[in-house]
Design a protein around this ligand. Structure first.
Ligand code: TXA
Ligand code: MG
Length: 331
């Protein structure tokens, strides 16, 4: 495809970066790898460019977009109101897969969906870092999937979902974590996790030394606008199996694709997609969204997926599995 360029993930060719930066400055859209998933970027300071992100993805207008920055001057350009102690913690964490919701400044109503807040993150991936440096622009970028689909881990998935509607797709190989950033907001003396992600709740709690609550655990918790939509889901039916015995029995009685750990796949005769070992949840995370796409491409009309330990990145894995299964489970 003529809109795809291969780019080295660690040492990207400055000519390709300059081409991407020029497109962004002119109001175009560029898809690029990050350490979490692929993003679909546009100039965050240009409402018209941001509008194109919504139309390319088919995204609802009321779902705000994360803004990607590369230094703390850009943080001050687009937000205000964080305390010195929180800033010091962010200097330790960033760049990395943590997104913080702050009071917005100088940023239009399109990327922020009319809210008075802005979600900001500093990605730990050389391709967006160099694009931001070269263009000198903060980049608004949601995940580069068609709205409702699983986030893309590979450039080929971006191409499959968005094709020639994107001006340029930078193919830097697989995204590293395969699951999106953790989105948090500060609420007095507590931190609310609006979306569990690649940065663990345990690390947030340790680094900030504040109480951490996951949104949705109590009814008064604010929800990230995007979390109300059907998300991360295969088109085909996916069921969560809550015990090994239930999954084994279900696979014996149904023509179904099993998705889960190598440990359980060994005990099952059905066709399987192995996500990885239960002892390596990072491997499971990387294979999760591609497995949803593989289910849709398979001959099976439904899949059954195993649950995982909710510690560390497991919290995000289970959040995505629950969304993908839409509450369907067997015990
Ligand atoms: O890892 C990631 O975060 C990827 C890469 C590309 O950076 N981006 C990503 O963006 O997942 P997106 O748009 O797919 O998800 C952004 C989430 C949505 O749930 C959205 O509602 C929430 O962040 N969000 C954005 N701005 C917000 C705000 N001002 N207040 C609360 N939630 C916000
Ligand atoms: Mg998304």
């Amino acid at each position: 495809m003529e809109n795809v360029r291969k780019v080295h993930p660690v040492n990207p060719d400055p000519k390709i970066i300059a081409e991407a930066a020029e497109l962004l400055k002119k109001g175009g859209t560029v898809a690029f790898p990050t350490e979490t998933v692929y993003g679909l970027g546009a100039n965050a300071m240009d409402d018209e460019a941001c509008r194109r992100i919504f139309s390319v993805k088919g995204r609802q207008q009321d779902n705000p977009i994360i803004i990607h920055i590369n230094d703390f001057d850009q943080l001050d350009q687009i937000s205000y109101g964080i305390s010195t102690s929180i800033r010091e913690k962010l200097e330790v964490i960033w760049p990395g897969p943590l997104t913080v919701v702050l009071k917005k400044r100088n940023i239009g109503s399109i990327p922020t969906a009319g809210l008075d807040t802005v979600a900001v993150r500093m990605p730990a991936h050389r391709v967006p870092q160099e694009m931001i440096k070269s263009s000198k622009l903060p980049i608004a970028a949601p995940s580069a999937n068609k709205s409702g689909s699983p986030s893309p881990v590979f450039a080929s998935e971006v191409l499959e979902d968005l094709g020639s509607k994107v001006d340029l797709i930078l193919d830097g190989g697989p995204a590293y974590f395969g699951i999106e950033s953790t989105v948090i907001m500060f609420n007095g003396d507590e931190i609310i996790i609006l979306r569990p992600g690649a940065f663990s709740a345990e690390d947030i709690s340790n680094i900030f030394a504040m109480k951490v609550r996951v949104s949705g655990e109590s009814s008064d918790a604010p929800i990230s606008p995007g979390m109300k939509y059907r998300h991360y889901a295969p088109v085909k039916e996916l069921i969560l199996g809550k015990s090994e015995d239930a999954i084994i029995k279900f696979c014996e009685e149904n023509d179904v694709l099993f998705i889960g750990s190598s440990e359980l796949a060994r005990k099952i005769n059905s066709d399987s997609i192995v996500l990885g070992s239960r002892r390596d949840l990072y491997e499971v995370a990387r294979n999760l969204f591609p497995s949803f796409r593989a289910l849709d491409k398979s001959k099976y009309s439904k899949g059954i997926i195993e649950g995982f330990d909710e510690r560390g990145i497991g919290l995000a894995i289970m959040n995505r599995i629950r969304k993908a299964t839409g509450g369907r489970s067997i015990t």
